[in-house]
Design a binder for this molecule. Structure first.
Ligand code: NI
Length: 208
């Protein structure tokens, strides 16, 4: 089994960071409470250099913040788009971007819910258990407008569901019970400054 899939296709070798990140610039990551994260994003209708540049920025921003996925509204852009660099539970790495992603509904008899820990770059410092299906299929397009189907299991299925939630205007806090949501916000209040300081130090080191 190949150990890296890029845009859903196996590749023989791949660098530690997606090449897109080399051309990107770091953008500020929005936080839970900012409007852009809590309303459905608009469909991407223009496939061109601006979209490609946004994807570059999103990859770099995701790596700087040590994330496994990042949606466009997490950098303040109201468009249906996400990037990912995420392992599954079999040690396979998945890297890519999806434009106008739609999560395919799965037959309840063919999926299992996994209760596993989840965090979000827009909820800095919090990690909570969230039940998610153990399999996910996302349909969308690549930056050139070519149709795409990305399938994931385990932690990568979680990532695909989490990022598609983002473009639909949902954060994982919305999937928590009232009590767990409060706990997540408490964790964020405790650790946010530390997480943001670490991100700032990484950006500093990069530009030095
Ligand atoms: Ni997130």
């Amino acid at each position: 089994m190949p150990s890296v899939f890029v845009q859903g296709r196996p590749v023989d070798s791949y660098p530690r960071h997606a090449p897109e990140a080399r051309h990107g610039k770091v953008r500020r990551i929005t936080e839970a409470g900012e409007e852009v994260l809590h309303k459905p994003c608009r469909d991407v209708t223009e496939f061109g250099p601006d979209l490609a540049a946004l994807i570059d920025d999103m990859f770099l921003t995701m790596y700087i913040a040590d994330g496994a996925g990042l949606a466009a509204n997490q950098v303040g852009v109201d468009l249906r788009l996400f990037v990912y660099d995420c392992p599954d539970d079999d040690g396979v790495r998945h890297v890519g971007h999806v434009v106008n992603p739609v999560l395919e509904p799965l037959d309840a008899s063919h999926r299992r819910l996994l209760d596993d820990s989840e965090g979000c770059l827009s909820v800095p410092g919090a990690v909570m258990n969230v039940p998610r299906p153990d399999r996910a299929v996302v349909r969308g397009y690549d930056r050139d407008g070519e149709p795409l189907v990305i399938e994931g299991t385990g932690y990568f299925a979680r990532c695909l569901a989490h990022e598609t939630d983002h473009v639909n205007g949902q954060v994982y806090l919305d999937r928590l019970s009232g009590r767990d949501r409060k706990e997540a916000l408490r964790q964020m209040a405790d650790r946010r400054d530390e997480v943001l300081a670490r991100r700032a130090a990484t950006i500093e080191a990069l530009s030095a």
